[in-house]
Ligand binder design. Sequence first.
Ligand code: LRH
Ligand code: MN
Length: 394
Amino acid sequence: MTDPGTPDRRARALAALADQTIELPSWAFGNSGTRFKVFGQPGVARDPFEKIEDAAVVHRFTGAAPRVSLHVPWDLVDDFGKLAAHAADLGVSIGAINSNLFQDDDYRLGSLTHPDEAVRRKAIAHHTQCIDVMRATGSTDLKLWLPDGTNYAGQDDLRGRQDRLADSLQQVYAQLDPGMRLLLEYKFYEPYFYAMDIPDWGTSLLHCLALGEQATVVLDTGHHAPGTNIEFIVMQLLRVGRLGAFDFNSRYYGDDDLIVGSADPFQLFRIMNEIVAADALRPDSGVNFMLDQCHNIEPKIPGQIRSVMNVQEATAKALLVDREALAAAQASGDVLGAHGALTDAFGTDVRPLLAELRESQGLDLDPYAAYARSGHQERIARERVGGTQASWGA
Ligand code: LRH
Ligand code: MN
């Protein structure tokens, strides 16, 4: 049993954890569900301003969530400068701007891949709008999940769609200002079931390499076939310098968008272990750690607080891996010794270390419990009456 908690390793872990930031998705604060039902809940945000207020509450209790990503058109407002100022007043900032190509009838047979040039032009123009929002909010990340795909073999020419996609992406990429990035997200199935046009990391990477340095891959942890070794993909994308961001969540079967680490905490640990091993936790590593979740049945703000805490816990365990012992065991072919170096760290209770971090930041040692005691949830349930609750898709 290696001792993962040497004073020196704990000190380095505390320093790295103090710099860790996790970006929250605005849509996590709206109602969400499945095709069967979208449930309402008391106190849910009714507009982007209230979504940002909720995100700022998560940051106030965790100290680790200073950015909120927006989704266009779900978060459309008349004045994005005003929204960004509202965020700044609350101690947070606007993060990635997400485009939306998955709720328009014109995109039934595709958007950036559509056979009809006019439809592709419309989808490209949507990104022009998103880039204008970025200029107004000071955002640097344009996040593009491509929902395009086909449902039946032969429905369309797979190669033709790739060629049209490459051309459309080039036209979007050409509009980026220096310092801006295109984050290209893949997904292996849904909303199409025969072929998605960007189904995997390799396809996203190929398009990013063709576009240029400002194009990187988004890895959504819910977008892989069951059993996929996601940390291998993390390692490979870091190795080629093209891991731009994570969309953290967890799943049992499909793209369930559940609380990160709730379904498979060991997988989240293995992912963060590759991040730490590649020294990619640094704020300037270029990896944007974002959540992409839906709290269908549980309260939104506590759900996001628990999510941030889960990422911090997995990160703390990864930072406590005895890397010298691991490297020595790997070099000497000590299979179980090497595996043990990871499982020892994973088995470490890091809550005292995180309590120490929060104490040093003037935060409550247990943000989740502190929020429950704060009465904030009851207050917004009382105050937010009338109007229409924000909802996935509305
Ligand atoms: C697609 C996705 C994408 C977002 C959406 C909210 O499944 O992961 O990142 O646009 O969820
Ligand atoms: Mn996602």
